[in-house]
Design a binder for this molecule. Sequence first.
Ligand SMILES: [Zn+2]
Length: 152
Amino acid sequence: MADIKSQAERSKNMSAIRSRETKPEIKIRKALFAKGFRYRLNVRKLPGTPDIVLPKYRTVIFVHGCFWHGHEHCYLFVVPTTRTDFWINKIRINKENDNKAIENLLHDNWKVLTIWECSIKGKYKLKFDELIDKTVSFILSDEKQQVMRSSE
Ligand SMILES: [Zn+2]
């Protein structure tokens, strides 16, 4: 069958894909791969479409932007002074969806790691090796949930 997608549609799809591929996330994936972990990406059938899924360890990883996901008490989360209500409302909905997704995943026996953006970039980021070590120990542990954030 002929490709009936218009050029505009195609480039729209491409940019949607690019926006999910944040650089720090790629770095984390590569490091995990180098340590022998195999994963799947953006598994849509799982609640919240986790960024990284390690089926063998029944572990999912979310890499969350501090602004979009409303990271509380984080220097990267600053509500804009214009259209403030719009942003507060939008971010509140994102947070509600995140919490619901995590709840459902835990209920289905998945282990859930949330890596906040501030732990991988910016002035208070963790040392990358440390971050990967922590990630690996979580994957191999019996813990159900962990959150990584900046050292601030
Ligand atoms: Zn943060």
